[in-house]
Design a protein around this ligand. Structure first.
Ligand SMILES: Nc1ncnc2c1ncn2[C@@H]1O[C@H](COP(=O)(O)OP(=O)(O)OP(=O)(O)O)[C@@H](O)[C@H]1O
Length: 232
């Protein structure tokens, strides 16, 4: 579904990502691991169009998308959920969800979509009129995912959805991501630091180290702590 080849990215003259190849197959959950500062966020931002890559090619569903704007990518079925959720903190839960649907041209699809999100995250229905910024961290993450789902993306890019969450909430967020993947067929590209909770839901894993990919393969070998440590 997504095929990035020899991606380079950075800030000004500071090159952060060096020649990374990354493919995400239709229906996969690709987990991107790596220590702090490895360049995971920089890579995701460049794939989504927030930071134009300095090198390489990005193909999505067979089309070249390098250089496209985030708005064009959203309209083409890609959602990006940034670190720290990216919700509108001063707006209500319902208003956030409505804004998530902003790019959907067929508004008649929205009531059913909203109901399915409420079924998935009943807390969002209970708190529909509450101001987003007053939700707990876990609830804000659910809202960010709900907003993304309002435009029925085919590919969701998530940047560290577990950050700042208590372990029981991390578990719930991972469960929700796996559920969306399984029931809606949504392809997931997810950056995480929390190996314990993210590895069990991954179909494949890529590990970045100082801007280079050093592992790309099945999650199974990484359940072995010694193998995992070799990569960090
Ligand atoms: N806007 C920016 N301007 C300049 N340098 C930046 C910018 N954003 C990130 N960097 C640098 O790029 C490097 C990689 O950062 P990045 O956020 O991509 O890593 P990461 O793997 O996502 O780390 P973390 O897991 O801590 O979020 C770091 O050295 C960081 O300081």
């Amino acid at each position: 579904m997504l095929e990035a080849t020899a991606i380079g990215a950075g800030y000004g003259r500071k090159q952060i990502v060096h020649g990374v190849d990354l493919t995400v197959g239709q229906g996969e959950i690709l987990l991107v691991l790596g220590h702090n500062g490895a360049g995971k966020t920089t890579l995701m931002r460049s794939l989504f169009g927030l930071l134009p890559p300095t090198a390489g090619r990005i193909r999505y569903e067979g089309r070249d998308i390098a250089g496209r704007s985030p708005a064009q990518n959203v309209a083409d079925g890609i959602a990006f959920i940034p670190q720290g959720h990216g919700i509108f903190r001063t707006l209500s839960v319902r208003d956030n969800l409505d804004l998530g649907a902003f790019v959907e041209p067929d508004k008649s699809l929205l009531p059913e979509r909203l109901e399915s999100i409420y079924r998935m995250f009943p807390i969002l229905k209970e708190r529909a009129s509450q101001i987003g910024g007053t939700l707990s961290g876990g609830q804000q993450q659910m809202l960010a995912i709900g907003m993304a789902l309002m435009h029925a993306p085919r590919l969701v890019i998530l940047d560290e959805p577990s950050i700042g969450l208590a372990p029981n909430l991390v578990d719930k967020v991972m469960e929700a991501i796996a559920f969306i993947n399984r029931t809606m067929g949504t392809t997931i590209l997810m950056v995480e630091q929390n190996v314990k909770y993210s590895l069990p839901i991954a179909s494949r894993v890529a590990v970045l180290k100082t801007g280079r990919k050093i592992y790309d393969g099945p999650p199974d070998p990484l359940h072995d702590r010694v193998e995992l440590m070799k990569l960090f």
